[in-house]
Design a protein around this ligand. Structure first.
Ligand code: ATP
Length: 272
């Protein structure tokens, strides 16, 4: 069973080369965490007072303005950052997907990169070798897979990376929104694979600004604001409060049917 528990966690970034004199006059902007100037070195409070408890089957969306702390929280949950204060316990193997291109080498072939990227995401070489034909077919890259990655266009790299990411069996899948950058046509093709990936994984935490993606993949949401958790609950109600309107109302009938939602207002849920 997978689980993530976070108790009163905070993540600070001390900034050693900032001009603290001008910082003291600054007012708190809309984007970004609080910049503390009490100590000699200015400190960005990227996260504060984070408490959360996630379990098997959770599909959690992280939403919030630029600089609200979504990526920092994902890195905390992946074990890349240690909390400055408080603690975090993660049970399960984490596959962090922050940047589809991370872990790829321009000098080796597409085939070799498939294996390397799979290893980076916690798979074994044998497991990746079993999947390689399926990934190759999905990418539609043909003979290019034998060429060095540096000969690929950006879109071709994304196809390869998405092929690998959607082939793994993660216990805990941590996704940052880079995936939104993929072209629409290929995304349509990747959608079912992404959905299968999420179904196979024990837990998903996904930060994105794209409603379309969030409604496809997530059921609950956490709204991050200035480094803290402002609201948590069902995806539909949190998105409605965050956006000021119900984004589910704009979805096509086909999408609503696929995710098992109705066009009805969320009034009843609000009252519960
Ligand atoms: N490595 C770092 N060094 C210093 N400050 C950082 C670092 N990473 C993030 N921050 C700060 O932490 C705060 C939260 O940033 P974070 O990247 O987590 O936000 P986000 O919600 O993911 O934003 P976006 O939607 O723009 O990607 C911001 O104020 C940012 O300036």
């Amino acid at each position: 069973m997978v689980s993530i528990d976070v108790w009163n966690a905070a993540v600070d970034f001390p900034i050693f080369d900032a001009k603290s004199r001008s910082l003291k006059k600054a007012v708190l902007g809309k984007a970004g965490g609080k910049i503390g100037t009490d100590s000699k070195v200015p400190v960005i409070e990227a996260l504060h007072d984070i408490n959360m408890s996630l379990g098997e089957g959770d599909r959690v969306a992280l939403v919030g303005h630029n600089g609200a702390g979504k990526s920092t929280l994902l890195r905390l949950l992946s074990g890349i950052y240690e909390p400055t204060r408080g603690s975090a316990r993660v049970v399960g193997k984490v596959a962090p997907v922050f940047d589809l291109g991370v872990g790829m080498d321009p000098e080796i072939s597409g085939y070799e990169n498939i294996i390397i990227r799979g290893l980076f995401l916690g798979m074994s070489r044998k497991e990746m070798e079993k999947r390689i034909d399926d990934i190759a077919e999905f990418t539609e890259l043909g003979d290019y897979l034998a060429m060095p990655l540096r000969t690929y266009s950006t879109g071709m790299r994304v196809r390869l990376a998405l092929g690998v990411v959607t082939s793994i069996d993660p216990e805990i899948l941590i996704l940052d929104e880079g995936i939104g950058a993929v072209d629409a046509e290929f995304l349509e093709k990747a959608r079912d694979r992404l959905n299968d990936l999420v179904k196979r994984s024990g837990m998903l935490v996904f930060a994105s600004h794209s409603d379309e993606f969030l409604v496809e993949l997530c059921s609950t949401a956490i709204w991050m604001d200035k480094g803290g958790i402002r609201e948590e609950g069902s995806l539909r109600s949190v998105l409605t409060h965050y956006k000021g309107y119900d984004p589910f109302k704009n979805l096509s009938d086909e999408t609503l049917a696929r995710i098992g939602e109705s066009r009805a207002t969320i009034g009843s849920e609000e009252g519960s």
